[in-house]
Design a protein around this ligand. Structure first.
Ligand SMILES: Cc1cc2nc3c(=O)[nH]c(=O)nc-3n(C[C@H](O)[C@H](O)[C@H](O)COP(=O)(O)OP(=O)(O)OC[C@H]3O[C@@H](n4cnc5c(N)ncnc54)[C@H](O)[C@@H]3O)c2cc1C
Length: 488
């Protein structure tokens, strides 16, 4: 057991209800919803900080709801894998881990309150999209004890700025000026070892009687859950262990080729980490740290300014610079955008030039029009597109370059740009392990012009929005392997 845990930077903490901490409570409660991990997690670190100060045990409640439109066995299994990993880690550290999934919509009603009744303070995760902001706001009204949420999303705190940046260039400039303030405050890699609090069971018998613990040891434990069982587990195992294995493979076989080969659909040069990043099974900080170790990066070389360019800021290889630009600039641009623009999933949030141009071309004749069902079934005339859709159906993932093409064609083949948006959101969030994320919406809206600029020449359907074609893609990459892998 270590000395004491570092304080979480206050810029990452939001007090949600201005209620007092109850120092007479029995434990500190960490309500884990999006940072589903025991390491490099500011939320857990904050909870451990409270537990040390109050000399109380720590309880981690890791929940999963089933009442939303996209709940499916694919995601439940992925989360359950993570829960098993977490259970082992928390157990080792003398922390009570209480994993729980709703067996029917609304069955979890009252559970958080019941757990909070005996808590000194409740700490939750800050996540700016999907139902999570509504859920934490509702909890703030219900809880009688201090409730704070903690931002553990990226290297730059979500509240380091109060604006939604409109381009990667502008955001990168801001990052270049700010990261030196935040990188030295990285989360504790192992907050549970670092913190000094009583390692004892919190005795949750009363709560467990009403909300019995999950028996997660079989592959069939979900069979009676009212979720979409047609979307079954993909090929990936969830959890921190699997995420770290994937990261090691990337460091050893992908990173050095990333700059050149990332966009090549079957090169294996991309990390493929987005599903685990989405569910919080691994942190961006840990990925960053491991990449920088591999690159022998000297943290004292971190500049305090930059010019907004992709290259030259980090003193590492070109491949690593390219990767950091995705992991930090693009990923966090997306989270910042959604955190500061509640309209992130609405047509109206597109830049005016894109809306105008797409509207002007909304009545253009479409050579092909596909309804949601045809797209879903990968039943278009375009074999490359169908392969990408089949990758999504089978694996819950699409390679990055193919996602761009996938989206552009849906724009081209829908009767209106608004319908294209709806269908992209539906398919992405229905099937993708990393769906329902800030970057689900940003990727989809990028297809329609978000974070982009007008591109000439003006074309039918697309107007001034950037165009992509399957023919160009086939010319640029050796697609045979990809097409064979995702054949009908
Ligand atoms: C139509 C469309 C839909 C998309 N839907 C999603 C989604 O549902 N969830 C999601 O996380 N991303 C989405 N993206 C963004 C991007 O395609 C994926 O994050 C990336 O392909 C994940 O693969 P990887 O982990 O191998 O990425 P790598 O190339 O290894 O990059 C490392 C990490 O950086 C981040 N990243 C990479 N590219 C982008 C990007 N363009 N924008 C934002 N962050 C990025 C991801 O977290 C990724 O895991 C979408 C893009 C498009 C065009």
């Amino acid at each position: 057991m270590g000395m004491n845990v570092k304080a979480v930077p206050s810029i990452r903490i939001r007090n949600m209800n201005r209620r007092p901490v109850n120092s007479g409570g029995d434990y500190v409660l960490y309500w884990m919803t999006t940072s589903r991990r025991a390491n490099s997690n500011y939320g857990l670190q904050r909870a451990a900080e409270h537990a040390s100060r109050l000399k109380k045990p720590l309880v981690v409640f890791e929940g999963l709801r089933c009442g939303h439109q996209w709940a499916a066995a694919r995601y439940h299994h992925f989360v359950a894998d993570g829960m098993r990993d977490n259970q082992a880690r928390f157990h080792e550290h003398g922390v009570t881990h209480y994993p729980w999934m709703e067996p029917s919509p609304g069955a979890g009603k009252g559970l958080l309150q019941a757990l909070a009744r005996r808590a000194c303070v409740v700490v939750g995760d800050d996540f700016p999209v999907f139902f999570l902001p509504r859920m934490t706001a509702a909890a703030a009204k219900l809880l009688d004890v201090a409730f704070e949420i903690v931002d553990s999303i990226g290297l730059l705190p979500l509240h380091a700025s109060d604006q939604a940046f409109s381009s990667a260039y502008a955001f990168r400039r801001f990052l270049h000026e700010s990261l030196h303030l935040h990188i030295p405050q990285a989360p504790e890699p192992d907050p549970l070892s670092a913190a000094d609090f009583p390692r004892k069971s919190a005795g949750l018998d009363g709560v467990r009687k009403t909300w019995p613990a999950l028996k997660m040891n079989t592959r069939t434990f979900l069979k009676d859950f009212p979720i979409n069982h047609g979307i079954g587990p993909g090929v990936f195992r969830g959890g921190t262990t699997a995420a770290r294995e994937r990261l090691e493979v990337f460091l050893n076989t992908g990173l050095s080729r990333y700059g050149e080969e990332r966009s090549h659909p079957s090169s294996g040069a991309a990390s493929g980490l987005s599903p685990w990043l989405h569910w919080g099974h691994i942190s961006a900080h840990e990925v960053f740290q491991r990449v920088m170790e591999k690159e022998n990066w000297d943290p004292s070389s971190l500049p305090t300014r930059g010019n907004g360019r992709r290259e030259g800021f980090w003193k590492v290889s070109l491949s690593a610079q390219a990767f950091l630009d995705e992991l930090i600039t693009w990923r966090e641009l997306g989270f910042h955008y959604c955190a500061h623009n509640p309209m992130y999933d609405r047509w109206e949030s597109l830049p005016a030039w894109a809306r105008d141009s797409l509207t002007r071309h909304a009545a253009d004749k479409r050579p092909w029009i596909y309804a949601l069902e045809q797209l879903d079934a990968a039943a278009t005339h375009d074999g490359i597109w169908n392969a990408a859709q089949r990758q999504l159906l089978r694996e819950g993932f699409i390679h990055n370059y193919m996602r761009m093409l996938w989206g552009k064609k849906i724009l081209e083949w829908s009767s209106t740009p608004m319908e294209a948006l709806e269908n992209m959101i539906e398919l992405n969030n229905r099937y993708s392990l990393d769906g329902r994320n800030a970057n689900s919406y940003n990727g989809i809206f990028w297809v329609m012009g978000r974070f982009d600029r007008p591109w000439g020449p003006e074309r039918p359907i697309y107007g001034m929005v950037r165009y992509m074609s399957s023919a160009q893609t086939a010319k640029k990459f050796r697609l045979a392997e990809y097409l064979a892998q995702y054949a009908a």
